[in-house]
Design a protein around this ligand. Sequence first.
Ligand SMILES: C[S@@+](CC[C@H](N)C(=O)[O-])C[C@H]1O[C@@H](n2cnc3c(N)ncnc32)[C@H](O)[C@@H]1O
Length: 193
Amino acid sequence: MDLVINPRETGFVLLDLPQLFGNRNPVIVEIGSGKGRFLIASAMEKPDQNFIGIEKSLHYHRVIRERVAKRGLRNVRLINHDVFPVLQKMFADASVAEVHMYFPDPWPRRREQKRRIIRPEVLSEIRRVLADSGSGIYVTDHREYFDASAPLIAQFFRSENRIPGPEDPPRTNYEVKYRAEGREIYEIRFWKA
Ligand SMILES: C[S@@+](CC[C@H](N)C(=O)[O-])C[C@H]1O[C@@H](n2cnc3c(N)ncnc32)[C@H](O)[C@@H]1O
């Protein structure tokens, strides 16, 4: 079993997810998985679901790869690449059950905003790859990014904004850090149908 899918070696081939995991369990994709706290905790808690982490940074990719390998998690695969071509070329229509995005870089400067994950071309791909019953979640501490993202997400999905409270356990390293600092956290849940 190969933990890592490397499009630089294989090319951007369309993934056969049931073949990749050896089962037809639902596939959860995390974009920008960082050091992997959410992905690893979820994969351990839900062995009947499959998880794919797409992470651009080689440093973070190496950290998460080591952590996943150490735990012998068979329901995780990792891709170290920018998310857009990966979604566009490697995922079939309606092949994914959930997409999670925690604290994507806000790129606050106007000329850098084209790099944001929450932009129409990426949202369009997320919509395409999600199953009809599929859903997603986007979480940020950045008010301006949230304000810009909410109407965009609403163009592609049925969506609901919420603010996580003390009863919601933090899911990622950034969430732990930002909540300890007392920062406001904004969340959008969205559904294809
Ligand atoms: C602020 S960190 C948050 C990490 C983690 N989700 C958390 O909440 O702890 C943003 C992460 O997204 C990754 N990232 C940014 N742009 C990306 C892209 N276009 N494709 C894949 N990953 C990306 C970064 O490398 C970084 O690991």
